[in-house]
Design a protein around this ligand. Structure first.
Ligand code: FES
Length: 147
């Protein structure tokens, strides 16, 4: 299977079977994000214990990219500390901001072990208008964490 096709499958799987959907009762942190270009929105609830994200729930509506990115994000941050999440977010941003076709420079850092499914979103770089879709969940996450 070509890499692009594999990425498409991963994105569709998260879109069709979104992980960690819903709300958390009495969350420790929450934020709502909106993509002003289309009005799509997402709400993220977090449970945080001793600086570690122990629970995450997402509710929203939007395109396949925004919703699958949110699903991937929930899987990636659960059980992670604030520092680990900051590192993840910066790797995600770096991956999304480089020019399409360029080497993201993540290989040497074994991105598979850090970004996992999230790597599938790098194909989105070819469609600048969709980058905002992929970023929505991550921007909202950082807002929930107060940065
Ligand atoms: Fe609305 Fe993608 S088109 S977030």
């Amino acid at each position: 299977m070509a890499l692009e096709e594999l990425y498409r499958e991963v994105i569709l799987d998260h879109y069709r079977n979104p992980r960690n959907q819903g709300h958390i009762d009495a969350p420790d942190a929450t934020a709502q994000g909106v993509n002003p270009l289309c009005g799509d929105e997402i709400t993220i609830d977090l449970s945080i214990e001793d600086g570690v994200v122990t629970g995450v729930a997402v509710e929203g509506q939007g395109c396949s990219i925004s919703q699958s990115s949110a699903s991937m994000m929930t899987e990636a941050i659960k059980g992670k500390s604030r520092e680990e999440i900051d590192e993840l977010v910066s790797k995600f941003r770096r991956m999304m901001s480089i020019e399409a076709g360029d080497d993201p420079g993540l290989d040497s850092e074994r991105p598979g072990s850090v970004l996992g499914d999230i790597e599938a979103l790098q194909g989105v770089r070819q469609y600048p208008v969709r980058i905002k879709c992929a970023n929505l969940a991550w921007t909202t996450l950082m807002e929930a964490l107060g940065s």
